[in-house]
Design a protein around this ligand. Structure first.
Ligand SMILES: [Zn+2]
Length: 203
C-alpha cells in the first residue's frame, strides 16, 4: 500500500477534560470526537514514519465516511463476508469460561461446495480441559437476537458499502473459512501473496 498523503486535519482536537466529562456523563462519544482522536493517532503514526494503517470496523456510517474522506485518503475497503447460516452457527457456538473469562467457539463448520457455492470449513476453538465444565453461553447469543443483530448490521453497513463502491474502493471478499483458510486467499485478493516472501528476502 502507498503511504498516506499528509492529512488535512479539519477537526478541532478535543481535550482530555472534555472527553472525561462526556464519558462521566455516560454520553455516547460523537463522530467528531471519534474522528478527532483518530486523526491524532494517524498524525502521530505519520510522524513516527508509519507507512499505512488499517481501520477495523470503521467507519460505520456515511457521515463518518464523509468526515474521514476529508481527513485522509483511504486506498481500499475490504468487506469480509460470510454466509448468513454459517455466521449464525458460529455466533451460536460462542462460549465463555465463567472462571478465566476466555472466549471459545464450539461450532465446527463444514459446508460442502455445491450449486456454485464454495465449500466453507472452520475449525472450532475448543477450550482446555479445565475450562470445559465452566463454560457458559451469553444470554444474548440466541438465534433471535443474533438474527436481529445481523439485520441491523446489514441495514447500517449497506450505505457505507455503497459509498465506497461508488468510489471504486470496495473489495468484496467471501471468507472461505477460518483464518488458516482465509489468510492466503485474502493476501492473493490484495495482490500481496508474496509479501512475506519479499519481506524475508529483504531482511
Ligand atoms: Zn477457563
Amino acid at each position: 500500500m502507498s503511504s498516506p498523503p499528509p492529512a488535512r486535519f479539519l477537526i478541532r482536537y478535543i481535550t482530555r477534560v472534555e472527553l472525561k466529562e462526556i464519558v462521566n456523563q455516560g454520553k455516547l462519544v460523537s463522530d467528531e470526537i471519534v474522528l478527532s482522536l483518530l486523526s491524532k493517532r494517524l498524525e502521530a503514526g505519520e510522524a513516527k514514519g508509519e507507512s499505512g494503517f488499517i481501520l477495523d470496523g470503521f467507519p460505520r456510517t456515511i457521515r463518518q465516511a464523509e468526515i474521514l474522506e476529508g481527513m485522509i485518503d483511504i486506498d481500499l475497503v475490504v468487506n469480509l463476508k460470510l454466509r448468513e447460516d454459517v455466521l449464525i452457527e458460529k455466533c451460536l457456538g460462542r462460549r465463555l469460561c465463567s472462571q478465566c473469562g476466555k472466549n471459545f467457539n464450539m461450532a465446527s463448520i463444514n459446508v460442502k461446495g455445491e450449486n456454485g457455492n464454495p465449500a466453507i470449513s472452520m475449525a472450532p476453538l475448543l477450550p482446555p480441559a479445565n475450562c470445559m465444565s465452566k463454560l457458559i453461553t451469553r444470554a444474548d447469543d440466541t438465534e433471535e437476537v443474533v438474527r436481529e443483530r445481523l439485520r441491523i448490521y446489514s441495514e447500517k453497513s449497506q450505505p457505507v458499502e455503497d459509498f465506497y463502491c461508488s468510489r471504486g474502493k470496495l473489495l468484496e471478499f467471501d471468507l472461505p473459512g477460518g483464518i488458516p483458510e482465509s489468510w492466503p486467499k485474502l493476501l492473493e485478493a490484495l495482490d500481496l501473496d508474496d509479501y512475506e516472501e519479499k519481506r524475508s528476502a529483504a531482511a
